[in-house]
Design a protein around this ligand. Structure first.
Ligand code: PGA
Length: 258
């Protein structure tokens, strides 16, 4: 099956509206058109810059993602943003369960699951992040942790099109540390996740669902990561903040045959 790789830039808490506009114009110049149909690209600015990004990227091949969402439709939830609001501002994707949200903001497998369901209902695509910490890897419980995160995160989720969900495997020890997983490590866990997806959905769905790798992805290592069978793209933090390095990563990811 032919799979269009997906490269997502997770800006985290970076960039003002003006910086977002400059970045989007620069990125469009670098990659719009050239990569369309070969690599799908999305950027995830902070909430305050989503509208600016969506306006500038409208009618381009680049999508907009939020970095988080709350599961309720509306209500007394001070500080939160609903899937409907993300759709309204022009998002196609929303990242959920990022390790920084799990670590600093008490995100749990259960809240990730509720967010995924709410996004799917609103026809937005969850980018569901999971991955083990260094302590968990050293303890030898990587597979147990990843299995728990996958099963609980996907509980009750019903999707029929593999395009409706994206999984991002991000070993926490590789995020922002410059220490990328080896291509073998980046393959081993996504292959395991794909087996779990097969049980949860179906063999066909599991083959079609995109699994991204995240954690210190750079222009220098994108090609070897993308060469792994079960890596269908990348979630990029630090290197996505600069147009040159992000577009070099996009160019380094090619269409994949499965
Ligand atoms: P990094 O972040 O590329 O800076 O390691 C990845 C992420 O947190 O999604």
């Amino acid at each position: 099956m032919s799979q269009t790789p997906l490269i997502v830039g997770n800006w985290k808490m970076h960039k003002t509206i003006q910086e977002t506009e400059e970045f989007c114009l620069g990125l469009k110049k670098e990659i719009d058109g050239i990569r369309s149909g070969q690599v799908e690209v999305a950027v995830a600015p902070p909430f305050t810059a989503l509208a600016a990004a969506a306006r500038l990227l409208k009618n381009s091949s680049i999508s907009v993602s939020a970095q988080d969402v709350f599961w309720a439709e509306s209500g007394a939830y001070t500080g939160e943003v609903s899937p409907k609001m993300l759709r309204d501002v022009g998002c196609r994707y929303a990242i959920i369960g990022h390790s920084e949200r799990r670590q600093f903001f008490h995100e749990t497998d259960d809240s990730v699951n509720k967010k995924a369901a709410a996004l799917i209902t609103e026809k937005l695509i969850p980018i569901f992040c999971l991955g083990e910490t260094l302590a968990e890897r050293r303890e030898g419980i990587t597979f147990t942790v990843v299995e728990r995160q996958t099963r609980q995160g996907l509980k009750g989720l019903a999707i029929t099109d593999p395009q409706d969900l994206v999984i991002a495997y991000e070993p926490v020890w590789a995020i922002g540390t410059g220490q990328t997983a080896t291509p073998q490590q980046a393959q081993e866990i996504p292959a395991f996740i794909r087996k779990l997806l097969q049980e949860h959905f179906s063999p066909e769905m599991s083959r079609g669902l995109r699994i991204l790798y995240g954690g210190s992805v750079k222009p220098e290592n994108i090609a070897e990561l993308m060469a792994m069978d079960d890596v269908d793209g990348a979630l990029v933090g630090g290197a996505s903040l600069n147009v040159k390095s992000f577009s070099a990563i996009v160019r380094g990811a090619g269409p994949k045959e499965k």
